[in-house]
Design a protein around this ligand. Structure first.
Ligand code: AMP
Length: 129
């Protein structure tokens, strides 16, 4: 079982931002920007581009809804989308509110936000979903 499957199962806590029957969204625990969110399929597949076409299409539409909720909750120029998957072998999309292109720099020092602030961010996205 991947760490993200354990999060979806509720075995490991997460800051939930959105959910439906096939997908789950939660805050990245080491955010590159405030409200950095991960979108994952409940189906356990390592690589995003190994998902079947229907699941990938549906996941993109789900990510679109999450991105709109992020932008409503935290006004930004746009919400960036990235696929890395070098660390966790469970397909996921990163959604990151952008003010400038530097906000998508995964090499920069990560933000460390208190748990209460992370919870408040997730709640606000969930409210707008
Ligand atoms: P990558 O696989 O390269 O896309 O990176 C995995 C991402 O998942 C990183 O940005 C991590 O900070 C994030 N991550 C890993 N474990 C957790 C967790 N338990 N809760 C939230 N985010 C996580």
């Amino acid at each position: 079982m991947t760490i993200f499957s354990r999060i979806i199962a509720g075995e490991i806590p997460s800051y939930k931002c959105a959910e439906d029957d096939r997908f789950y969204a939660f805050l990245d625990i080491n955010p590159v920007a405030k409200a950095h969110t991960l979108v994952v399929p409940k189906q356990e597949v390592d690589y995003l581009f190994d998902l079947d076409d229907d699941t990938l299409a549906a996941m993109t539409v789900f990510a679109k809804r999450v991105a709109k909720a992020i932008q409503q909750a935290f006004p930004c120029r746009k919400v960036g989308m990235a696929v890395l998957g070098l660390e966790v072998n469970h397909a996921h999309i990163h959604l990151i509110p952008l003010q400038s292109e530097g906000d998508m720099d995964f090499r920069k020092e990560k933000l460390q936000l208190p748990a209460e602030e992370m919870q408040a961010i997730a709640d606000k996205i969930l409210e707008n979903f």
